[in-house]
Design a protein around this ligand. Structure first.
Ligand SMILES: [Zn+2]
Length: 395
């Protein structure tokens, strides 16, 4: 009898399920998959054979037996395809190529002068081409491109507003898909950073975490119950525009006294220029001065910590997270920021919401965003109807 559409759909869903167990729990045996999935051993065996034929799974020797014949163990073939992840910064582009396990295999960095959309787009394409050219041969090739942007985008991947980059209504996803003909995912860099940290960094064991990316502005990625919180229309996390001074200076967003006007890299460098009397100064310069024991440079980081704390207190009181994770370039100033932040949080936040709170600095550093971007691409690849419903397209 010819299988009906429904039967074939069930089979494809089951195949996805089996692949998911192999991806997340390998090395694993067919018997174990049958046990935890509730599928029959015969069904699991037949689906595993198809996955082996599709090069997504392979066998690796025998495992421990609980009696009887020793089982053949299965592994996920992470090198069956590759993802490109990009952190599009205000003055830099950092790009990485990962395999399907999210392991970085190639990296490429460029700086840009942010003169025009066209100029940055040309450099972006150069980065992507370079990584694609370095990708090892694989069954599925490049499965997609993920980009973290310093601003907000919609579901169609249009960059709606990236004030520090000077971009408004740029159809970035469409421009790149036209160029490369593979799926492109655009998201806010703090969202991608939060997901990168949750999957690969110190955020692994946290269920409710707020990732604070401090760069030229401040962006936050909010993970609640292990899921990225996007809000009603996908624009959550703009806590950099939470006002901490009601009659403060005007912000390009329309509000006054926004948190990022006081606690971002931009604010730090502004203060450094005025107070240290240096016309051209970078975060690297300040880190170097602080390392040499320069009191004014250390003082600037401590003031930054005070301003950061004011916003973090509101996040703790409002969301009661188990982890506040400080990322972005200024995470490198941990040595001078950590103590004053912890002290201020103890003095200013409500005691109950911070009872089980951890405050950590990113260890992935600038890799958090690219890893999160790759993770979006890989998840999309496995969830896409192309894989679930039209598997044969790839084999
Ligand atoms: Zn603002």
């Amino acid at each position: 009898m010819k299988p009906t559409g429904d039967l074939s759909l069930v089979k494809k869903i089951n195949k996805s399920l089996v692949l998911d167990y192999i991806r997340t729990q390998s090395p694993i045996s067919r018997a174990k998959i049958a046990e935890i999935s509730g599928l029959t051993k015969a069904t699991v065996s037949s689906l595993v054979n198809e996955l082996i034929e599709s090069h997504l799974t392979y066998e690796i020797g025998v495992g421990q037996s609980s009696g009887g014949r020793k089982p053949m163990m299965l592994l996920f073939n992470g090198t069956a395809g590759y993802a490109v992840g990009i952190d599009l910064g205000v003055h830099y582009i950092y790009a990485a190529l990962t395999d399907l396990n999210g392991t970085i295999v190639e990296e490429y960095r460029m700086s840009h002068r942010n003169e025009s959309v066209e100029q940055v787009f040309a450099k972006l394409m150069e980065c992507i081409r370079e990584l694609i050219s370095r990708a090892p041969e694989s069954t599925y090739g490049i499965v997609g491109i993920g980009i973290g942007i310093p601003g907000i985008s919609d579901e169609q991947g249009n960059v709606l507003f990236a004030p520090n980059l000077g971009w408004e209504h740029v159809p970035l996803q469409a421009m790149l898909e036209k160029e490369f003909d593979i799926p492109v995912i655009i998201d806010n860099e703090a969202n991608t950073g939060a997901v990168g940290e949750k999957q690969f960094g110190v955020g692994k064991s946290a269920s409710h975490l707020v990732y604070i990316s401090i760069g030229m502005g401040i962006g936050t990625g909010i993970i609640i119950n292990n899921e990225l919180y996007r809000g009603t229309t996908g624009f959550s996390g703009e806590l950099g525009h939470m006002s901490i001074q009601f009659d403060g200076p005007k912000c390009p967003c329309g509000n006054r006294g926004c948190w990022e006007l006081y606690a971002s890299e931009h604010a730090l460098l502004d203060r450094a220029r005025t107070e240290l009397g240096i016309a051209q100064v970078t975060v690297e310069d300040l880190l170097k001065l602080a390392e040499e024991g320069h009191p004014a440079a250390i003082g600037l980081f401590e003031r930054l910590a005070d301003y950061l704390s004011v916003g973090i207190v509101s996040i703790i009181n409002g969301l009661n997270p188990d982890l506040i994770l400080i990322g972005g370039r200024l995470a490198e100033a941990q040595k001078w920021l950590r103590e004053p932040i912890l002290k201020a949080l103890e003095q200013r936040s409500l005691p109950y919401p911070r009872e089980q709170l951890n405050v950590q600095f990113s260890e992935l550093g600038i890799r958090a965003t690219v890893l999160g971007a790759c993770s979006f691409v890989i998840t999309n690849f496995f969830a896409s109807t192309k894989v679930q419903l039209d598997w044969n397209r790839y084999v």
